[in-house]
Design a binder for this molecule. Structure first.
Ligand SMILES: Cc1cc2nc3c(=O)[nH]c(=O)nc-3n(C[C@H](O)[C@H](O)[C@H](O)COP(=O)(O)OP(=O)(O)OC[C@H]3O[C@@H](n4cnc5c(N)ncnc54)[C@H](O)[C@@H]3O)c2cc1C
Length: 557
C-alpha cells in the first residue's frame, strides 16, 4: 500500500489527484459547457482537469432515479434544440458512444378544455394544416413566414451561436447587405407579442406560437429580442430527445475527456480561485486540494465566479459593477415528475394530439397565459389560471422504466410550469397544495390522469433547482435573464463576453456568457477556441460548413 502523508481528506488518496498539482487548464463545472470545453482542450493535447461539485457530471444534462426505485427522469434539459448545429456532435462523432437523438414530427400540441388542439410539427405543412381549422389566413401566413424564418436561422442565427459575439453596430452593418439579413434586423426591434399579434389573428394560434417562443424565459413584451422569435420557433419545431436520457450526452463527452487524458474530479467543489499578483493561478477545493493552471475557465454564473470565488475585493471596479448589476432569470420552472399506470391521454378529438413530444395545457387563451406570466414575475401563482407543458418521457424511451415485469407498463412523465423563485408564502409551505392543483389540472385535460393512475410523484421547485445547482441562483435556468443588455456581446458584460476576463488567467464560458443558456453547445465551444488561441495550441477542429458560409456570406467585408 502507498503511504500518504499530509493528506487532509480521504478523497485525496489517489495518486492521480495529489493535494497539489499543476495543469494547463482547470474547468469549473461539468455541465454541458464545461464538458464541451474540456473535451476539445483535452483532445488538443492540453492537461485538463474538470471539476464538478456533484457526484456526477452533466449539470443540466442530469438523468436520475428521481422517482425511486427504478424510474429515471431527465429533470432538467430534455428538449434539445441545437442538435442540428452543435459542432461538438460532429467534431467528436459522438454517435460512436451510442448517442441517439429522436426528433418527433409532432413536436408540440396545445390542448383546450373543449377538445380543440393546435399542433406544432417539424414539417411546416403539418403545422399549417392544424392552423387551418382556426384561420386560413394564419395557416397561409405561417407557411410563407416560417420558410423564410427557417432560412434566417439556418444561414445566420444558428451558425452565429458558435461564432464569437460582435458589436451590435457591426452586426447591423453586416446584415444590411442582403434581404435575409434585412428581415432579421426588422425582427430584432420588435417584441415577441408584437410580432405574434401583428401577424396572426386567431387566439389559439397566437397562444401556441407565443408559448413556444417565450417558454425559455423571454419576456413577451420586451422589445429588442425579436430575433429569438424566429430562432425559438424554428428550434422548437426541431427539438430532439436524447435516447436513454440527457445524461447520455454528458457521459459521451466524459468518455472523450478521459480518452484524451483529461481528468474529471467529481464531488469536488471549487471554494476559491487562487489570486497571485492580480492573476488567477489556480483553485482551492473543499476537500483541501490545490490545483494550479495556466488557464482557469469558470462555467458558473457571474456572481459566483467573481464575487464568491475570485473575491469582490480582487475585482476591477468596472467588472465589480457589472457583476453586481447582473440580473438573474425573471422566472424559474416548477416541475412535477410522475409515475403513472398509463400514459396521459388528452381530451382532444384529434388522437394524434396525445402523442406530442410536448403537450401544453391549462391556458384557454393568450391573455390567460400572459396573466400567468405576469403573476409569476410578481412572485404569485394563481393555480386556477396557470398552465404549462408536459412530456411522457417513457413514451419516447422505454429505457427509463427499469422495474420488474409486472410494473414495466408504467410510464414516467412530468408537468412543468413557469414559477417564481420568491413565491408568496414560500415553496416549502405552498408546495403540497401546488402539487395537488397540478394533478387536478392534469386530470382535467387528460382524464385518465386521475388519482388511481398515479403511482408516485416528486416535485422539483425553483428553490430545489438552486439547492441542486447553486450556480442557477434563484432557480435561474439560464444563469441570467435574457434582456438586450445581457445578450450578445453584453453577456455577461462587454469585458467578458469573448470568454477572456480582465483578470489574467481567468476565462468564463457557461450559460451566462454569449450565446446564453439552455443546451446550445455554444459557450463551451467558444471558450475552448479562445483558450486554445491564448495558449498557442493548434486546433484539431475546424469551423462547421454552416459557420464558414455564414461568415463569408453575411459577416465578412
Ligand atoms: C428544470 C430545468 C429544465 C430545463 N430544461 C431545458 C431543456 O429542456 N432544454 C435546454 O436546452 N435547457 C434546459 N434547461 C437549461 C439548461 O439545463 C441550462 O441552461 C444548461 O445546463 C447550462 O449549462 P452550463 O454548462 O452552462 O451550466 P450547468 O448545467 O448549470 O452546469 C454547471 C455545473 O457546475 C457545477 N458547480 C456549481 N458550483 C460549482 C463549484 N463551486 N465547483 C465545482 N462545480 C460547481 C454544478 O453542479 C453543475 O454541474 C433546463 C434547466 C432546468 C433547471
Amino acid at each position: 500500500m502507498m503511504e500518504f502523508q499530509g493528506y487532509t481528506h480521504p478523497q485525496s488518496y489517489f495518486p492521480e489527484f495529489p493535494p497539489e498539482s499543476e495543469w494547463d487548464v482547470i474547468i469549473i463545472g461539468a455541465g454541458p459547457n464545461g464538458l464541451i470545453a474540456a473535451a476539445y482542450l483535452a483532445k488538443a493535447g492540453l492537461k485538463v482537469a474538470l471539476i464538478e461539485r456533484r457526484y456526477e457530471v452533466g449539470g443540466g444534462l442530469a438523468t436520475e432515479e428521481i422517482l425511486f426505485p427504478g424510474y429515471y427522469s431527465s429533470m432538467h434539459a430534455i428538449y434539445h434544440m441545437m442538435v442540428d448545429y452543435m459542432p461538438v456532435l460532429r467534431d467528436f462523432d459522438l454517435g460512436r458512444h451510442g448517442l441517439v437523438w429522436i426528433k418527433p414530427n409532432l413536436q408540440a400540441s396545445m390542448v383546450f378544455e373543449n377538445g380543440d388542439s393546435v399542433l406544432l410539427t417539424n414539417m411546416i405543412e403539418d403545422t399549417a394544416d392544424s392552423f387551418l381549422k382556426y384561420s386560413v389566413k394564419d395557416a397561409q401566413t405561417f407557411s410563407k413566414t416560417m420558410g423564410r424564418w427557417r432560412r434566417i436561422v439556418k444561414d445566420i442565427i444558428a451558425p452565429m451561436t458558435f461564432i464569437p459575439p460582435m458589436l451590435p453596430i457591426e452586426i447591423t452593418m453586416a446584415l444590411q447587405k442582403n434581404e435575409v439579413g434585412q428581415e432579421l434586423l426588422e425582427l430584432v426591434e420588435q417584441s415577441p407579442l408584437d410580432i405574434v399579434t401583428s401577424m396572426f389573428e386567431n387566439d389559439r394560434v397566437r397562444a401556441m406560437l407565443l408559448y413556444n417562443i417565450c417558454m425559455w424565459g423571454l419576456d413577451p413584451r420586451e422589445t429588442g429580442v425579436g430575433l429569438f422569435v424566429a430562432l425559438y420557433l424554428d428550434r422548437m419545431m426541431n427539438k430532439c430527445y436524447c435516447q436513454g436520457g440527457s445524461h447520455k450526452f454528458a457521459n459521451s463527452l466524459g468518455r472523450e475527456i478521459v480518452q484524451a487524458g483529461g481528468v474529471i474530479l467529481d464531488s469536488s467543489q471549487v471554494n476559491d480561485i487562487i489570486m497571485e499578483g492580480g492573476k488567477a493561478t489556480g483553485v482551492f477545493l473543499w476537500e483541501g486540494r490545490t490545483l494550479k493552471a495556466k488557464a482557469i475557465i469558470s462555467t458558473l454564473d457571474p456572481q459566483t465566479t467573481f464575487n464568491d470565488l475570485v473575491g469582490a475585493d480582487n475585482l476591477p471596479a468596472s467588472l465589480k459593477e457589472s457583476v453586481d448589476g447582473w440580473k438573474y432569470d425573471k422566472w424559474s420552472l416548477n416541475t412535477l415528475h410522475v409515475v403513472s399506470e398509463e400514459q396521459p391521454r388528452y381530451l382532444p378529438r384529434d388522437g394524434w394530439a396525445s402523442e406530442a413530444f410536448m403537450t401544453i395545457f391549462g391556458f384557454e387563451s393568450m391573455d390567460q397565459m400572459l396573466e400567468h406570466w405576469d403573476n409569476v414575475v410578481a412572485g404569485k401563482l394563481d393555480t386556477s389560471i396557470m398552465g404549462g407543458h408536459a412530456t411522457c418521457e417513457s413514451f419516447w424511451d422505454s429505457h427509463l422504466v427499469r422495474v420488474p415485469p409486472e410494473h414495466a407498463h408504467r410510464q414516467v412523465s412530468f408537468f412543468q410550469h413557469h414559477a417564481p423563485y420568491n413565491l408568496e408564502g414560500g415553496w416549502e409551505a405552498k408546495g403540497p397544495e401546488i402539487e395537488e392543483a397540478i394533478l387536478q389540472k392534469w386530470a382535467k385535460y387528460a382524464p385518465n390522469m386521475k388519482k388511481e393512475n398515479i403511482v408516485q410523484t416528486n416535485q422539483e421547485t425553483p428553490v430545489d433547482i438552486e439547492i441542486r445547482f447553486p450556480n442557477m441562483r434563484y432557480g435561474s435556468i439560464k444563469h441570467g435573464d435574457y434582456k438586450p443588455i445581457q445578450l450578445g456581446c453584453f453577456r455577461p458584460n462587454q469585458e467578458c463576453s469573448s470568454g477572456k476576463t480582465p483578470i489574467e488567467g481567468l476565462y468564463t464560458g457557461g450559460a451566462s456568457n454569449y450565446p446564453g443558456g439552455c443546451v446550445l453547445g455554444g459557450g463551451g465551444y467558444l471558450i475552448a477556441n479562445k483558450v486554445a488561441e491564448e495558449l498557442g495550441v493548434t486546433k484539431w477542429w475546424k469551423p462547421t460548413k454552416e459557420m464558414e458560409r455564414c461568415t463569408k456570406t453575411y459577416l465578412e467585408g
